[in-house]
Design a protein around this ligand. Structure first.
Ligand code: PRP
Length: 215
């Protein structure tokens, strides 16, 4: 039996995912060691391998088959646009992709003015403004703390993730338009989906059961 390899987006999603895996009998003791510098973890008995990756790299590993299965946020999937199968919405990590800014920017959006949009997600922002809203904008790519942009005058609005809304609130910003809901998703490599169909189906069925019990 060959190894089935999982790529998990580092951070909260990986933590929640591993908790869920434990409930369906998939364990990886090695991974629990917080001080380890190891990058890949193996469960010899179950013939499974796990690795943690930067969220935006997870779809790449899965598309190329370096991982059979990935767990990553829908935001990353939309932005990366990789060829893979999105097979399950895990429900956790729920948040929204929104256009945000100071309340005054609402009028600029409705007047269809050319505005500057700062974001970590240029692909999502471009698709939303150009293809869905038919509005010409200038997109400025940032790598974090995007809420700063309208405060310091880099852009009129931002496209960013809103979870609790507290970052916006604490910085005098608000949600102006909602683009789409987001949550953690399971993705599968297209070849693995065919070649390892039985093992992957069982994994998904088991996960589904646990998720429904919890709901
Ligand atoms: C994310 C996002 C917002 C914030 C939203 O940032 O980009 O800044 O969380 O959460 P809230 O609505 O609960 O306040 P993250 O913490 O991932 O860091 P970043 O600013 O470097 O992107």
């Amino acid at each position: 039996m060959r190894y089935l390899t999982f790529a998990l987006a580092k951070g909260r999603l990986a933590k929640t995912s591993l908790g869920l895996f434990e409930k369906i009998g998939i364990t990886c003791e090695e991974m629990k060691d917080k001080d380890t510098r190891k990058l890949i973890f193996t469960n010899e008995e179950q013939k499974l391998k796990f690795f943690l990756a930067k969220p935006s790299d997870v779809p790449t590993y899965v598309e190329y088959g370096a991982a059979d299965i990935g767990i990553v946020g829908k935001d990353t999937l939309l932005e990366e646009g990789r060829r893979l199968y999105e097979v399950m919405d895990l429900g956790f990590g729920a948040c929204r992709m929104c256009v945000c800014g100071p309340p005054e920017a609402k009028e600029m959006l409705s007047r269809n003015e050319i505005i500057r949009v700062a974001t970590k997600y240029p692909g999502i922002a471009k698709d939303y403004f150009i293809n869905q809203k038919n509005q010409t904008v200038e997109i400025i790519k940032l790598n974090g703390s995007v809420e700063l942009a309208p405060i310091v005058g880099l852009s009129e609005v931002i496209v960013d993730i809103v979870e609790t809304g507290s970052t916006l609130k604490e910085n005098g910003l608000t949600v102006l338009e909602e683009i789409c809901p987001l949550s953690a998703r399971i993705v599968v490599n297209q070849v693995s989906h065919r070649m390892e169909h039985e093992r992957i189906s069982k994994f998904l069925t088991d996960l589904n059961k646990v998720l429904h019990e919890e709901a």
